[in-house]
Design a binder for this molecule. Sequence first.
Ligand code: MV4
Length: 457
Amino acid sequence: MFHKVLIANRGEIALRVIRACHELGVRTVAVYSEADRESLHVRFADEEVCIGPPPAKESYLNIPRLIAAAEITGAEAIHPGYGFLAENAEFAEICERSNIVFIGPTPEQIRAMGDKARARRTMQELGVPVIPGSDGVVAELDQALPLARGIGFPVMIKAAAGGGGKGMRVAPDESSFSRLFHMAQSEAQAAVGDPSLYLEKYLVRPRHVEIQVFGDRHGRVVHLGERDCSIQRRHQKLIEEAPSPAVTRELRGAMGEAAVRGGKGIGYQSAGTVEFLLAEDGSFHFMEMNTRIQVEHPVTEVATGFDLVKEQIRVAAGEPLSFPETEIGLRGHVIEFRVNAEDPDRDFAPAPGTIVTFHPPGGPGVRVDTHVYTGYRVPAFYDSLLAKLIVSGNTREEALVRGRHALESFVIEGVPTTIDFLQRILSDDRFVRGDVDTGLVERFVAERAGGERVAAS
Ligand code: MV4
């Protein structure tokens, strides 16, 4: 096992990794920007290194400074958390060349899945069902249009270097295709510096169901069930749950088997997520693979009883997976709510500021992952996540009741938060019935705005 690990991140995930290290008897090095001097990850780590000014480009994304911090402190490994450099193949490669273990997959695995068109092709070759579409990138419009006709409209145009909705367009019919293709091309160039596009059949009102996979450095790959992440707004997840209300035992077996086949096919090692779109007829199709620990990993931790971050560190140190050889059991029902410092009345604009009261909920079946405390200043430079509330129960109903009461008793004063908005989704019949799809939140927001206009007139 490592003696010392550097955490190249901040916020709740930095705290989460520090806890895992300490449970394993590993010493920790925190890095922080000048905006994060007062952060808990700095206080709870054994050592800390300031790596630069507040903008992420000059601190948490500054590779030479991170490598220097690891070398100066004698850290043998770096955990990247999520976001920042977690899916940066070049960073993983530089760690390797500097004799520092990158706690995650190999640079080649990151690269293979980071190119979304290549990932599709790879998964298709491995026999994983993919969304009908192009066989890789389509460079030119005169190549794309016949392909789109073959796929059948509506067609989705996606950026190969994108992911998470960047540079994405839906072409409803042939007449709009060339305009949308060119728009997607320039947006992809602007957003991710690469204009390469690929095409997919547009699936109407699918669910986003992702499978947690885990591989070790000895060729073993397992899955830990699914998370339903259909409750999103502008490609930001708000609520995630396990099991998915739409997934039967048989479907879980089939999706899990497909995800493991994909993972084994690329020799995947570490935590990963295989994202699928699940259609109303129960068919599922590979969309993307994320090669990092995700924000919503606690959902799976609570459902399985395993510590995924400790497992990432163990497998990076060369240990075999500690999960049982028998089918991994899931217990009860788990729902995660993301509490953000955002103003739902101002189109969810980030709302940094000082937290004057912070009182998190507790009790049976309630977990809160947070870096926030009373008096904490939320910097404007980073994401707006304040806390993840993870509730569980023996049944979905019990988890829902615990979620309602936990959100009700979660006191955060000083900045606007998404707590009330989450409460309103939680009392929507469609959500309560488990009848969710990736468009539900946008319809919900539109209905509320419509209702307010009617009420005001
Ligand atoms: C799709 C789709 C329908 N059909 N692809 C959105 C984020 C990006 N990762 C892919 N996304 C989608 N891809 C095809 N072929 C619908 C979405 C989508 C979506 C997916 C998951 C969660 C929320 C979403 C909201 C809108 C659109």
